[in-house]
Write a protein that binds this ligand. Structure first.
Ligand code: HEM
Length: 461
């Protein structure tokens, strides 16, 4: 397979401001999205510092500092403000808990994640990807569609099948897409008010209402199966939900209550689809902009899956497809900012950091910093085949976090994105309609502000 020149495409991101802007301007921009408040220096600085009313924030970007904050989970726990924002959606579950509580919850949910083993989930990911292709339809000519709700549906469907052993229908998916978008907007507004030391003006209540709407999509399944298992010992399916029923607290030996199961399920469902949907929407857009690279990926997929279909061996051999996923995660990390608390006084780059100060590790900034990556804003999946790209993959690529709080679903998410994107390029030629330029906005996750329109032309056969 001959390799055309690397795609020199620089995909959209908010133009950074020349200098640090006024307090009010920063308030207005962060109201919409965190990345809209950044300025030029943010992309090269080794450590940033922002003073808010009642809160001092540091943004360490230097790699040894990033490593330190991410590795020392006890000294730098998850920040209370982030926990408060997420609590309506996922309670104090494994993502939001700290210290001993986190250790015990993690020990309880670890066995459930055997159900995300890659070989086990490959067939259900392929089923969900085929269902996506059918939803788009391979008959007729080219059509232009917003890919973002479709990616939400396929990602939510995959995690639904893994959690509950049943597919997610279109109505449930539409509720989730609409409600989570609203949840993010309200949570963002509430967080910005809190950051500026103001009351949340009803935004908390609104985000709670949206979270309840999401929970309703699966509350019936959880409650019914909980009753059947704890009441009559009935095992409906051997899946993540069943493992959560069987989990026991490492000290007390108690099972999760139905409310705790709901919290863990909500976490796995939301963490497990919202982020993956973001990844797959942006990857589709990047492929649509880079026709030659898209064709190389199609050749790779057809060559490796042609005779025996999607096997683990075929997937392992898909170097370019894997690099497209990695490069999308570098440019558009679905979780762009990771806020941490400071428990004891520390010094970083000569600055004293006091207990209560916020530390923000930003995959968005570390992964777009010119000290770490050449052409940091350019889409070039082949960079991971070069020695410096491979080195930075270990040191300056952290879309799934790092250290003890590393994402539990990292392998699952990358496999699902590879499977879905491979199915997509096998069945369709993707193009971006002329003049369309999606805008990334970063709230809890990084999503396109007004969706992403893609022209899909069925390939046939
Ligand atoms: C592209 C997809 C994904 C991205 C970018 C992503 C990103 C992350 C990040 C950055 C963290 C750490 C946050 C921090 O350190 O503050 C995290 C934690 C977590 N993720 Fe993911 N995630 C993805 C997919 C998934 C999937 C598919 C699942 C479940 C099947 C999952 C479940 C979790 C859980 C349970 C945690 C908490 C781990 C702990 O603290 O013990 N994630 N994720």
């Amino acid at each position: 397979m001959s390799k055309p020149a690397a795609c020199p495409f620089v995909p959209p991101f908010p133009a950074p401001h020349k200098t640090r802007s006024s307090f009010l301007a920063r308030f207005v921009r962060s109201w919409m999205s965190w990345i809209h408040g950044l300025f030029e220096n943010s992309y090269t600085m080794l450590m940033g510092e922002i003073r808010m009313p009642g809160l001092h924030i540091f943004i360490p970007n230097e790699l040894p500092l990033v490593e330190r904050v991410m590795n020392e989970a006890k000294a730098f726990p998850k920040h209370a403000m982030m926990v408060e924002v997420l609590e309506p959606a996922i309670g104090i579950s494994t993502f939001t808990a700290n210290g001993e509580d986190w250790e015990q919850q993690r020990a309880m949910i670890n066995p459930a994640f055997q159900h995300t083993a890659l070989a086990k989930t490959l067939p259900l990911m392929c089923d969900a990807a085929r269902a996506l292709i059918e939803r788009i339809g391979t008959d007729g000519g080219e059509r232009v569609i917003d890919i973002d709700p479709l990616m939400t549906h396929v990602a939510a469907d995959i995690i639904f099948r893994t959690l509950f052993s049943v597919p997610l229908d279109a109505a449930g998916s539409a509720v989730i897409h609409r409600r989570f978008n609203r949840f993010q907007r309200f949570a963002q507004s509430g967080a910005v008010f809190r950051l500026y030391g103001l009351p949340t003006f009803g935004y908390k209540g609104r985000s709670e209402r949206e979270a309840r709407g999401i929970h309703e999509v699966f509350a019936g399944i959880v409650q019914d199966r909980y009753r059947r298992f704890h009441g009559a010992g009935e095992v409906v399916h051997r899946d993540i939900l069943q493992s959560l029923f069987e989990a026991r607290h490492p000290v007390s030996g108690a099972p999760f209550t139905v409310r705790q199961v709901m919290e863990q399920v909500s976490l796995i469902f939301l963490a497990g689809h919202e982020t993956s949907a973001s990844l797959m929407s942006w990857a589709t857009y990047l492929l649509a902009e880079c026709g030659a690279l898209q064709q190389r990926m199609r050749d790779e997929v057809v060559h490796l899956t042609g005779e025996r279909g999607f096997t683990m061996d075929a997937l392992k051999a898909m170097t370019l497809t894997r690099n497209v996923v990695r490069e999308t995660l570098r440019l558009y990390p679905p979780v762009a900012f990771l806020p941490r608390d400071t428990v004891c006084p520390v010094t970083m780059r000569g600055k004293p950091i006091a207990p209560g100060d916020m530390l923000v590790i930003s995959p968005w900034l570390v992964q777009r910093n010119a000290r770490n990556w050449r052409d940091p804003h350019a889409f070039d999946p082949d960079r991971f085949e070069e020695p410096d790209g491979q080195e930075m993959l270990k040191k300056a690529w952290l879309p799934f976090g790092k250290g003890p709080r590393l994402c539990i679903g990292a392998g699952f998410a990358q496999q699902e994105a590879m499977v879905v994107l491979a199915h997509l390029v096998r069945h369709f030629c993707l193009a971006s309609p002329a003049g369309d330029k999606p805008e990334p906005v970063s709230r809890l996750t990084l999503r396109p502000r007004n969706g992403i329109r893609i022209a899909l032309k069925p390939i046939g056969g």
